[in-house]
Design a protein around this ligand. Structure first.
Ligand SMILES: [Zn+2]
Ligand SMILES: [Zn+2]
Length: 645
């Protein structure tokens, strides 16, 4: 018998050699149907693989990131089976899961794929999925594996085999298809109920353009048709709401070759949004006890050697500038500058928590192929702050930071979010992560405890922490259901040591503070990119670059329009008059297209009665009000940051 420990701490005994799937069946048939893969002693395994020793066990389903990942990777095998069936002799390179779906790179010989072929392959995949073939794992010796793929004449798998160690080689088969793969996979193909092959692309073998070009097929699968339909609808809507397209229509930002790739020029309209966001952040942070600072955009090499950015993060930094025999770097992060401010004057426990905030400008070297609109840029403005606190204060501070996130989510109508807690990997201490095994365990446990205590939805991922401590990425979903990784929140026990930061505690001893790095609104670039999609360019009034457009029916009413404009200006409303001698219908149409929230139509009647005919963007005529009434309404709408819908 072996002891199996479940995530809730319960321990049960089972026959040695039982699989996670059989254990799940033992609990309930319903659960067993949902299990896609398992974690045995923290290692991800096939749910069908026999367990021979005492182990901790976690059953993973579609609701777990690793469940989805395994589902999609297994779907790549299913697609390969369909391809081999239609194109005998096809050779396969790699077929990984993606954030959404999967691909496989395939050498199809002289065959070219058409869109029609994708439909045929989809049909075949559906057929094969219905056969509910199980994914069978078998361990092979290296010699055996080499002879199998030599016989097949598959130079790709032979290439992969070169880098694999004997004793670590596994094959997986389902139906008539066998692949070299380390796994794991879902129990059988039957779980794949809805299939869509999305597109075909060329991909050079190993990403090197000197190599042969392979055919990459992208696909996505789901455990039911409804989820696939929703996903496709979301994609369609996302295309319409592409932030680059809407930003162009609304003159939000531009880029210029003479400035450089990935360097955003914010136009006047974009700058209004930026300033409103900064105003919100400054008010919120001031209320939460933050102090604002301003720091330079460059610093000497030594600073980044102390911070550890240079050894760990050099690839993401711009190359250095030489000046007076010293190297200067553009700052990739604001933290080291803030640490120096903390350290400029001695601190005692009475100064803590010490919270420094700055909308800091950072520069990151992103590969040109990775640049994408506002989402991936080389210069970013970060809603940054660093909180220096004692261990005893940590939980409360971390909780307050969490509350700030929630407050923002409410303002921006973000209903769905999850915190992704990235942990370190003990095997990579001293390489990818600062070598402080005890502190890692301690801080990870503290963060987890706060997330559980506050009922914040979160998931844990291994081996994705920052090099100086555990990291929480905040993932949010736009109204159309697309996921964005927006903000991060990091706990840091290493930098305060490297910078020798300290405070005098109540016992008059020197103590090292903990640091919380947080950026709830992320960067202006990514956040505004998100908002453009989220609102489809129809910003709530408080964020709209232009809030009111006055549309006089003819020149006769220009002086009344100017009077109304002056009154609105006086209370801070952003307003313009369309003074052109165009028909009123045309003025309205164009104002609608520019997504200005309020349009005021002024003619004879309005002028005589000192009223306004009001149109709301997307809703048409919403009636008449006196000038004063309208002003009262719009001012309160702006102050309350109403969502607009
Ligand atoms: Zn595989
Ligand atoms: Zn930081």
């Amino acid at each position: 018998m072996i002891n199996i420990c479940f995530p809730d701490g319960a321990v049960r005994q089972f026959e040695s050699g039982i699989s996670a799937l059989q254990i799940a069946k033992n609990i309930s048939e319903g659960l067993a149907k949902k299990v896609l893969v398992t974690k045995v002693n923290g290692e991800i395994w096939d749910a069908t693989r026999p367990i021979y020793t005492d182990a901790s066990l976690q059953l993973l389903t579609w609701d777990d990131a690793e469940g989805k990942n395994t589902f999609w990777h297994s779907s790549a095998h299913l697609m390969a089976e369909a391809v081999e069936n239609s194109f005998p002799g096809a050779k396969f390179w790699v077929g990984p899961a993606l954030d959404n779906g999967f691909y496989y790179d395939i050498d199809l010989g002289d065959n070219k794929l058409s869109e029609e072929d994708l439909l045929i392959l989809e049909k075949k995949m559906n057929e094969l999925a219905k056969q509910n073939n199980s994914f069978n794992r078998s361990e092979r010796s290296k010699a055996d594996a080499i002879s199998y793929f030599s016989e097949k004449g598959d130079e790709y798998k032979l290439d992969l085999l070169q880098n694999l160690e004997d004793g670590n080689i596994t094959f997986y088969s389902q139906g008539n298809f066998t692949d070299l793969c380390r796994g794991p996979h879902i129990p059988s193909t039957g779980a794949i109920k809805a299939i869509k092959l999305m597109s075909i692309a060329g991909a050079y073998w190993k990403g090197d353009e000197k190599n042969k070009q392979l055919t990459r097929i992208y696909g996505i699968t789901f455990p039911n048709q409804k989820e696939l339909d929703e996903y496709l609808l979301m994609l369609e809507e996302a295309k319409k709401r592409d932030h680059r397209k809407i930003a162009k229509e609304l003159s939000i930002y531009t880029m210029d070759d003479d400035i450089g790739q990935g360097l955003v020029l914010w136009m006047p309209n974009g700058t209004v949004i930026i300033e409103e966001l900064e105003k919100l952040a400054k008010e919120t942070e001031e209320a939460a006890g933050y102090k604002r600072v301003v720091t330079p955009h460059i610093a000497k090499e030594n600073l980044y050697l102390t911070s550890g950015h240079l050894p760990y993060y050099a690839d993401s930094m711009f190359p250095p500038m030489e000046l007076d025999g010293e190297k200067y770097y553009l700052k990739a992060m604001n933290c080291p500058h803030h640490h120096k401010i903390f350290d400029a004057e001695p601190k005692s426990y009475r100064d803590l928590p010490y919270r420094l905030a700055e909308y800091g400008t950072c520069y990151r070297y992103e590969q040109s192929g990775e640049l994408f609109g506002l989402m991936r840029v080389r210069c970013l403005h970060m809603n940054d702050a660093h909180i220096y606190c004692s261990k005893e204060q940590f939980a409360q501070e971390f909780k307050s930071v969490n509350e700030m996130y929630l407050k923002y989510f409410k303002i921006f109508g973000v209903d769905k979010f999850v915190m992704r807690l990235s942990l370190h990997n003990p095997e990579k201490l001293g390489k990818k992560y600062v070598n402080e095994p005890e502190l890692w365990k301690e801080t990870e446990a503290m963060v987890r405890a706060v997330l559980i205590e506050t009922g914040t939805p979160f998931i844990e991922v291994q081996d994705e922490a920052a090099f100086y401590g555990p990291k929480i990425d905040v993932q949010i979903w736009s109204v159309i259901g697309r996921e964005f990784t927006l903000a991060t929140n990091q706990v840091d026990f290493a930098q305060s040591r490297s910078f020798k930061l300290s405070f005098t505690n109540q016992n008059n001893e020197s103590e090292t503070p903990l640091i919380i790095h947080r950026a709830p609104l992320g960067t202006h670039e990514r956040f505004i990119g998100f908002l453009l999609e989220h609102y489809a360019g129809k910003f709530p009034v408080w964020l709209s670059p232009l809030q009111v457009k006055i549309l006089p029916i003819s020149d006769k009413f220009l002086s009344y329009a100017t009077e109304v404009k002056a009154k609105l200006r006086k209370v801070g409303v952003r307003v313009e008059i369309d003074e052109r001698q165009e028909k009123i219908g045309k003025k309205i149409r164009e104002a609608e297209l520019s997504r200005v929230p309020y349009m005021l139509v002024l003619g004879e009647k309005e002028m005589n009665e000192n009223t306004l005919s009001i149109r709301r963007q997307g809703k048409g005529d919403i009636g008449q009000l006196s000038v004063d009434e309208f002003i009262r309404n719009i001012v309160s709408e702006i102050e309350e940051k109403k969502s607009g819908e």
